[in-house]
Design a protein around this ligand. Structure first.
Ligand code: ADP
Ligand code: MG
Length: 237
């Protein structure tokens, strides 16, 4: 079963094509690391999959065209610099928005417990009553991850989830995500600048407005692919 099938996807911002002719077939249960230089269209690709930006071409999720896909199937952790911390809520309240398509809404005691458990799973139980504006970047990442996980997503889309997380926290996070993927059977897409993390994925997508390479790490993370995407080898920035 394919979790995601993309055919000839293009995204245009004015005169500029952020993505051009992207085609991809991702099996259910894959852990896909997405790498590419800044401005390569990585975030735009996730947004197209989520239906957040208009695109040309075709995106199918578990065989269904995107307009028929329940948004609750997706868990999304956006890129941290795009987070709006002025959202007037406590961490726990943000996690609870993961349970619904709209906000605000009525919460049951059971759902509150569920949200606290989701925070505990990502090591953020102590942050439940903290306003978002008073969280560090790494803490905010965890809270958004808890929000994504509480949806029990079939597809988890993570846009540089280790930003603002220290190196130890980063390794913990990757290990956690790997275990989570195996236990849940969800399909995970993670944009990363971390080569180590990319080597641990089941698939790597190397991209720069187009697909440069896609496959198991040892096939996609070749010198030729990286040179083509980055212009040089060994650094993601
Ligand atoms: P990446 O995540 O790989 O760094 P992005 O997907 O964020 O790249 O952006 C790809 C390109 O599209 C960049 O040149 C960026 O400036 C441009 N872009 C992204 N979003 C918009 C937008 N909403 N309007 C105009 N240009 C955009
Ligand atoms: Mg980005």
């Amino acid at each position: 079963m394919l979790a995601l099938e993309i055919k000839d996807l293009s995204v245009r911002f004015g005169e500029f094509w952020a993505l051009e002719g992207v085609s991809l077939a991702v099996p259910e249960g894959a852990f896909v690391a997405i790498v590419g230089p800044n401005g390569a269209g990585k975030s735009t690709l996730l947004k197209a999959i989520l239906g957040l930006v208009p695109f040309r071409g075709e995106v199918r999720v578990y065989g269904l065209p995107l307009r028929q896909v329940d948004p609750m199937w997706f868990g999304y952790v956006p890129q941290i610099k795009t987070f709006d911390r002025s959202f007037p809520a406590l961490a726990l309240e943000l996690v609870l928005t993961g349970l619904r398509r709209s906000w605000p809404f009525r919460v049951s005691p059971k759902e509150r417990e569920e949200a606290l458990r989701a925070l505990a799973r990502v090591g953020a139980e102590g942050l439940a009553e903290r306003p978002l504006g008073r969280l560090s970047g790494g803490q905010l990442q965890r809270v958004y991850l808890a929000r994504a996980l509480i949806r029990k997503p079939r597809i988890l889309l993570l846009d540089e989830p280790a930003t603002g997380v220290d190196r130890v926290g980063e390794v913990d996070l990757y290990r956690y995500l790997e275990d989570y993927q195996k236990a849940s059977g969800a399909t995970v897409f993670m944009i990363t600048h971390d080569w180590e993390a990319a080597h641990h994925a089941t698939h790597v997508l190397v991209m720069n407005r187009k697909v440069v390479g896609f496959g198991p790490p040892e096939k996609a993370l070749t010198e030729a692919c990286l040179r083509q995407a980055f212009g040089h080898v060994g650094h993601a920035h």
